[in-house]
Design a protein around this ligand. Structure first.
Ligand code: AMP
Length: 196
């Protein structure tokens, strides 16, 4: 199964994707985590990515698509993956479709975490104190919200127009409750096994 965890910055995508992937026995592939690991390693990619990420802007589509393509070829992703933070533009979604089509696969479900803006700001400020991420500043976060609205939100419209399965979940509440909501919604809408 190829699942996409979708939502604005601060919606809890990473936390929930990690938990849901474990339950579904899928690798959790988070482009933001991959990039932060490259920065920590001091690689060339990391050096290129760091200032762009710190400003709250997006990395070029072709670069991100290459990272995902390589990651999806690793053996642990043979049965699928839970993608987090990708695709973030319609161009990335189209590139993902093309890459999956070559393997006779498709995005099976998009999980959308709905969280109001005030809550996103509260969570970001809490995370800034706890984790000290370079892009958890008021300025970078405002920019990430703009980028989300202008470039990432249309990805959902793209999947809707393709008739993909979309599961919308209320992302406000205790972490366990939100995880339950997601797993329940995924199980409820799962295609039924045909009686034989
Ligand atoms: P995240 O951890 O998902 O919030 O991502 C942190 C930052 O990494 C983003 O604000 C972007 O600068 C960069 N990034 C992560 N995923 C992507 C992507 N799919 N396309 C472009 N940039 C990305």
């Amino acid at each position: 199964m190829i699942a996409v965890m979708f939502g604005p910055p601060g919606s809890g995508k990473g936390t929930q994707a990690n938990r849901v992937a474990a339950r579904l026995n899928l690798p959790h592939i988070a482009t933001g985590d991959i990039l932060r690991a490259e920065i920590a390693r001091g690689s060339e990619l990391g050096r290129e990515a760091a200032p762009i990420m710190a400003r709250g802007e997006l990395l070029p589509d072709d670069l991100i698509v290459r990272i995902i393509e390589a990651r999806l070829q690793e053996p642990d992703a043979a049965a699928g993956a839970l993608l987090d933070g990708f695709p973030r533009t319609v161009a990335q979604a189209k590139a993902l479709d093309a890459m999956l089509r070559r393997r006779r696969r498709a995005v099976d479900v998009v999980v959308v975490l709905n969280v109001p803006d005030e809550e996103l700001w509260t969570r970001m400020r809490r995370r800034a104190e706890e984790e000290g991420r370079a892009d958890d500043t008021d300025e970078a976060f405002a920019q990430r919200l703009v980028v989300y609205r202008e470039e990432t939100a249309p990805v959902l419209g793209y999947y809707r127009s393709r008739g993909s399965r979309i599961v919308e979940v209320d992302g406000v509440g205790p972490i366990d409750t939100v995880t339950e909501r997601i797993t329940t919604a995924l199980a409820q809408g799962a295609p039924k096994a045909r009686a034989s």
